[in-house]
Design a protein around this ligand. Sequence first.
Ligand code: AMP
Ligand code: MG
Length: 502
Amino acid sequence: MNVLTKSSEVKICKFDNSYQKLPERFYTRLNPTPVKKPELLRLNLELASQLGIEISEHTKEDLTSIFCGNLIPQGANPIAMAYAGHQFGHFTPQLGDGRAILLGEILDSSGSRVDVQLKGSGITPFSRQGDGRAALGPVLREYLVSEAMHALGIPSTRALAATITGEPVYRETVLPGAVLTRVSQSYVRVGTFEFFAVRDDKKATKILADYVINRLYPHISKEKNPYSSLLREVSCRQAKLVAKWMSVGFIHGVMNTDNMSISGETIDYGPCAFMDKYNPKTVFSSIDSHGRYAYQNQPRIAQWNLIQLAESILPLISEDTDKGVEIAREILEEFPKIYEQNYLEEMRQKLGFISPKTEDVELISNLVELMEKNEADHTLTFRLLAQELAPLSADFGMSARDLFKTPEDFDNWKTRWKKRIALEKNPAKILADVICKRNPVIIPRNHLVESVLSSAIEDGNLGPFNEFLDALSSPFDNKLFGTKYSKLPDPPLASYQTFCGT
Ligand code: AMP
Ligand code: MG
């Protein structure tokens, strides 16, 4: 236990820790490493209140100390979780929380249990060569993008607080250090199961599976084979999640098995980014040289990761290996179909269709093909369809056809889409509303993310970050048209690269 970090009597919320009751080989108990000169940069008041944290009852000093890891709030029981993982297809038997510490679990106001974790909080036994720290840029980036995902209606970890540590971190250059406090339904990953499977620790695998079922999927606990149901449930949630990513042009960038949550939330924001122009081959991550995690590969990779989960829990699915493989194969073979159904449903709504028709599949695939050929902007192409149906209050100053290099390509498609829209029973105004509710005006565009991060890091000015974050909390609002956030990068970003958040 670290002697400098203070365990305190400061009570910020009701912790109710359950993972810490699992056997000791699931984690290491330790406190965050204290930092010299912390400063609170941003606190998510809405989320804090949902978690029962009464901000006004605490001093800024206490809150800063808690969210940088210098003060352990009453009831917290800090641990670093053990996990393994396939990174770019290669297996590492021990990864674990190398720069994160789980403070504990809170039962939120809706009665659901969440993990509260500090990221960048110092060295742990899982740190390997790393320093256990995070730089300010990646911390603010994760804050911004995870909150934007939540506002877009995409399951995601949430950002509760960001602090700077007052200490440098050494990467290619010297950067300001920071800690992100983030919240998830659970930080159990596919890699957590792999950790025990590779050690042939069947007892632990069962304990973990039972824990996850009880916590995240209690409705399957009484089923005849709860473990095959677990695989099915996780698979369905991943299919749903990735379909949502695809619908907004989100590229996770590092879909290693240790970065895939069992809860079906987007976790571990590193080199992630949204594409502007639609191109299914888009890769932003500097280390993804073969495009393993390209936009178009995400559904297939999710299925690959689920195969690793299936292998890890195979002995639980059946004592007879052949039978277990058969059951798992059947479930996993369903994945592409379930993904396609979810994707189709997402895209239908993006196009304003309420009642499904068989021709929708072709209309959708033709549109995205034309978008690719014409280098059309993903976000605005969809959103601007609304004004083809009904004049909206805001003046957009452009139409969807303006986004196409050959506008006639759009015109031809639009004629077919309009015929299809005419089959809907609802008036055009209602369908335009559906489009507006399903297609954001703004996303965290790369040029804007870079700009607000550079103001924060280079000039110490958090104003642009805060303002952008606030705008991203209501991304569907018509009022955002005409603001700097809805504009395309001008000139377009020639090439854009992201880096792992280390
Ligand atoms: P990530 O790329 O963030 O998913 O991390 C992969 C693994 O490397 C995890 O076990 C992390 O905890 C660990 N890791 C990443 N960055 C650091 C760091 N700066 N210090 C210690 N461990 C790290
Ligand atoms: Mg990770």
